[in-house]
Design a protein around this ligand. Structure first.
Ligand code: FAD
Length: 291
């Protein structure tokens, strides 16, 4: 099922993200975690794609199992910047052959090796090129793109970032998902600005439940997201007690989700990091609200 159909529903829903194993011996445990998350009844699930790394081959295997065996509509991520056009086209064909209709078209991060390499030799420079190729390959693909309420770290300013985002949407993005946010006001401000810029597709806010202190630094380093004082206080108070930190992190994420629902944002995407217990606790906290 296409995400555009799911997102048009008039009910509140959650979707969950999982990441693929790095090695074959971890496949079964991740499949098991995905099965438990699928059993929570999400509107859809997504599987990330390891840009240029070994995990990329497992993305489609996990996505296919979740969709075919666990019955949850899938969104398969795909990156392009560190890949040849030939390998990207092969992956697009494989996605199509697997019966997956939803693809998240991403550039991928610039690794230090890529940064040093000759850009004129790259087959892809930006996600917009992948969006175009996906739509050319199959106009029926439902294509998503990433967006950044606090601007992408490489952009000079938010105006420039939104200009390129509009270009990406005009190239064929059917929906957008945000980088993780810890302050919903950033999302509401961003929505106002992109709507002003003429971007009208659905936008899914991305929420990452932070359930241990070590995750905080890593998540923030990766995303560059703003961390409100209220969240920092929570980490200061409970960071050294794993059980308390987990409970507090789930409560904080739940609070964000309820606020988004109350502001009529119908689908919230959860960066669930292969943690079925965290996903289950969140679902339990909003069970009377979900459609
Ligand atoms: P782009 O849309 O290409 O944007 C990157 C930068 O280039 C921005 O600053 C943008 O403003 C600028 N830009 C865009 N178009 C142009 C243009 N035509 N000319 C000049 N500048 C331009 N990474 C993974 O490796 N695997 C994943 O599965 C994955 N999933 C993600 C899911 C979400 C929801 C998000 C938010 C990110 C995800 N990422 C993933 C990380 C992503 O690959 C990085 O954030 C990457 O740095 C940018 O990807 P993008 O698709 O947003 O790139």
């Amino acid at each position: 099922m296409k995400l555009t159909e799911i997102l048009a529903r008039n009910t509140f829903s959650l979707s969950f993200e999982v990441f693929p194993p790095k090695r074959n011996d971890a496949f079964e445990s991740i499949q098991h975690a995905a099965e438990k998350i699928a059993a929570l009844g999400p509107s859809f699930m997504s599987v990330t794609y390891g840009a240029g790394g070994g995990t990329s081959r497992y993305t489609l295997d996990i996505a296919r199992i979740i969709q075919e065996e666990f019955g949850v509509p899938m969104l398969a991520h795909l990156t392009c910047v560190s890949s040849s056009r030939h390998s990207v086209h092969r992956q697009i064909e494989a996605i199509s052959d697997a019966g997956i209709e939803n693809v998240m078209a991403l550039r991928g991060d610039l690794t230090p090796e890529l940064e040093k390499s000759d850009r004129s030799q790259w087959d892809y420079h930006h996600a917009v090129e992948l969006v175009r190729e996906l739509k050319e390959f199959n106009p029926g693909f439902c294509v998503g793109g990433a967006c950044y309420p606090e601007k992408h770290p490489e952009s000079a300013d938010q105006r420039e970032d939104i200009r390129y985002l509009k270009e990406k949407v005009d190239a064929g993005c059917d929906f957008l998902t945000t980088q993780m946010i810890f302050d919903n006001n950033l999302f509401y401000n961003f929505m106002y600005k992109i709507r002003e810029a003429g971007i009208t597709v659905p936008v899914l806010p991305g929420i990452m439940p932070i359930t241990n202190a070590a995750q905080v630094e890593k998540a923030i380093k990766l995303s560059g997201s703003f961390v409100p004082q209220r969240f920092k206080a929570l980490v200061d108070a409970f960071g050294s007690d794993p059980a308390a930190m987990k409970q507090a992190g789930i409560a904080y994420a739940t609070d964000q989700i309820i606020d988004l629902f109350a502001n009529n944002i119908r689908n919230v995407h959860i960066y669930s990091m292969n943690k079925p217990d965290v996903a289950a606790a969140i679902v339990a906290n909003v069970s009377e609200i979900l459609g």
